[in-house]
Design a protein. Structure first.
Lengths: 362, 258
């Protein structure tokens, strides 16, 4: 065991170093298009993990994620845009004071976005978390729509349907991957604590959890607010990556995309959400050819815009029908499990003699 | 002093009166049984005591404090733990986690301290683990602590549910049909086990049970419910020979009466 622990620590340290090296390389040498996709991957990982906390670990079927993201994205964007740009794009009605002059450093603006999203989460938690199952889903979906409609109409704060343009491109791989790592560490430490066990108990059986002395309202709110916080931060990163945001972006379709990531990665697995965020985002780009005409040599298939969505929906259906546990089920990534896997075992077969007895058992 | 006192408790569901003017008094250290035919309102008594239902009428006192209509988790915190008729374990979680979760209500560290694994929290976590492991050893499930609770055989799930209830450090333990689905041998073992934990953990036990052997053997007093009404109460031997109890259980044979 002790030997494994040391080996795992070394493996983790090496992976982190490799990742840091890769980010440095990617920032300097890789194509901007690829860097952008990597950024989106990391941001979706943050959004997936935060939604997994609420839906996968606490068992609250919440579909309000787009709302929290919108709050975070707008807050961060407004706090980082230079006053001159704000004056330029708010031509229908000027931006309300004191927002028009405010300009914060990116990390502070991100934090503000997260905190505001968390505050909104806290405000709706009390009425909404009394509901269960489908009713909670409907109420939270409604909440996200309300946010969208409000943002469309608050001309002097959000610039309404025109959206925000010229948001400084402050999100880079360091910020997005750094925040992903931070989110993972924070959520893992919660999940692995007594509070995390309480959340899982609520997911497993609410009545029994309450009978064992767990304060349902308090713990559900904790999960909901923390999930909203990271959704807000993810939204903030996204806004400052894309450069433009408008209310239409944060429709319920966005929530379903994140839900796809959560289900595919495994409800109740943070590392599963990260892995599936990368798979889904990259697949989304790779499958772009589906929207275009395909020339098979003997026949040309006419491209249909939206074909990708069809493929994705089919994939989701396939997962739900045949592979309900997703990639990781409710387990987290671990070196022990990876090294005990069939593939690696075969690979290690030739080195077996050099491993301590039972080195591959698990 | 009575540990638990139910005064004139009535529970209506719409037009149905599941429990009518129910009175109950438990002295510390007693083992008391609650019997009655199916649908007599036994589990309703438990649900009213533990705060799952707020009684339509009447009052409930625990250690001279009124707990009528209090939130279930606060009632558990006050010292009343229960098991369920249809076992309600956290099936997907490990046996150990099931017991650990029942320790959570006594945790002093807040969530920030828990997330940062501050020394205070670490000490509490260690204590919780030691206590849980000791409980699992006591009920003979320590070897299975890493198995998912849902994978245990039925009898073990019952024992795990009792261990989980004990982890909340109760003064009063409510057992809802602990011997359900057990064969006579298992039921007998359970009887011994309940008596043992009663003295070991200094408990007062109130149990619903259909196995007459178990109830009559274990209980110092028995209450009998039928259609939400208390039809008898007293020492097991008295209750057993009570005409109304026999009628409630066996029905009145009208052919013979004619």
């Amino acid at each position: 065991m002790a030997e494994h622990k040391k080996r795992n620590q070394i493996l983790t340290a090496v992976s982190v170093l490799l990742l840091l090296g890769f980010i440095t390389f990617a920032e300097n040498y890789l194509d901007l298009y690829i860097v952008r996709i990597l950024n989106v991957c990391a941001i979706y990982a943050i959004l997936g993990m935060s939604m997994n906390l609420i839906n996968g670990f606490t068992g609250l079927f919440s579909l309000g994620h787009a709302g929290f993201m919108a709050v975070g994205a707008y807050t961060t964007a407004l706090l980082t845009m230079p006053p001159a740009v704000k004056q330029q794009i708010f031509y229908l009605a000027p931006l309300a004071k004191p927002l028009d002059q405010m300009n914060l450093a990116f990390p502070l603006a991100l934090l503000a976005g997260g905190l505001l999203a968390a505050l909104v989460g806290l405000l709706i938690a009390a009425p909404v978390l009394r509901l269960k199952g489908d009713y909670l889903a409907i109420a939270t979906l409604g909440f996200a729509e309300i946010i969208r409609v409000v943002f469309t109409n608050t001309q002097t704060i959000t610039n309404g349907a025109l959206g925000l343009k010229g948001i400084p491109a402050l999100t880079n791989l360091w910020w997005s991957f750094g925040t992903t790592a931070f989110t993972l560490v924070v959520l893992l430490s919660l999940i692995n604590s007594s509070y995390g066990r309480a959340l899982k108990a609520i997911r497993e059986d609410e009545i029994a959890a309450e009978a064992m002395g767990i304060n349902l309202a308090k713990h559900k709110t904790l999960s909901f607010v923390l999930g909203a916080f990271f959704a807000g931060i993810g939204g903030g990163l996204l806004g400052n990556l894309l450069g433009t945001i408008d209310p239409k972006m944060f429709s319920s379709m966005f929530t379903f995309n994140i839900l796809l990531i959560v289900v595919l990665g495994g409800m109740g697995s943070l590392t599963g959400s990260i892995i599936s965020a990368f798979i889904v985002t990259i697949a989304n780009e790779v499958l772009r050819f589906l929207d275009e005409s395909i020339n098979l040599g003997f026949v040309v298939l006419q491209g249909k815009v939206g074909m990708r969505s069809v493929v994705f929906s089919a994939a989701l259906m396939f997962v739900v029908l045949f592979y309900r546990h997703g990639l990781m089920g409710s387990k987290e990534f671990s070196w022990d499990r990876l090294l005990a896997g069939k593939f690696v075992r075969k690979l290690m077969g030739c080195f077996k003699k050099r491993l301590p007895e039972g080195g591959c058992d698990q | 002093m009575s540990l638990l006192k139910l005064q004139d408790v009535t529970m209506n569901f719409g037009g149905l009166t599941a429990l009518r003017s129910f009175n109950l008094e438990l002295a510390p250290g007693e083992i008391v049984g609650l019997i009655g035919p199916n649908g007599a309102g036994k589990t309703t008594v438990f649900n009213v005591i533990t705060g799952v239902y707020e009684p339509s009428h009447g009052q409930i006192f625990f250690m001279d404090q009124e707990i009528t209509g209090m939130r279930p988790d606060l009632i558990t915190k006050a010292g009343i733990a229960r098991t369920f008729q249809n076992i309600r374990l956290f099936r997907g979680l490990s046996v150990m986690d099931n017991v650990l979760i029942a320790n959570h209500l006594h945790l002093k560290a807040n969530y920030l301290a828990a997330m940062l694994k501050l020394p205070g929290y670490r000490r509490e976590e260690r204590e919780m683990r030691e206590r849980s492991l000791a409980l699992l050893e006591r009920v003979g499930l320590a070897d299975l602590r890493n198995e998912p609770a849902g994978s245990l055989p039925y009898g073990m799930q019952r024992r795990l549910e009792i261990a989980r209830a004990l982890a909340t450090k109760p003064k009063l333990l409510l057992l809802d049909e602990p011997a359900a689905g057990m064969n006579p041998k298992e039921a007998e073992d359970l009887t011994v086990f309940i008596k043992e934990i009663q003295t070991e953990f200094d408990l007062t036990i109130f149990l619903i049970e259909h196995h007459m052997d178990v109830v009559m053997n274990i209980s110092e007093r028995v209450y009998v419910l039928d259609y939400g009404m208390t039809i008898a109460g007293g020492k097991p031997a008295e209750v057993q020979n009570n005409q109304r109890v026999i009628e409630a259980y066996l029905g009145v044979n009208e052919d013979v009466e004619d």
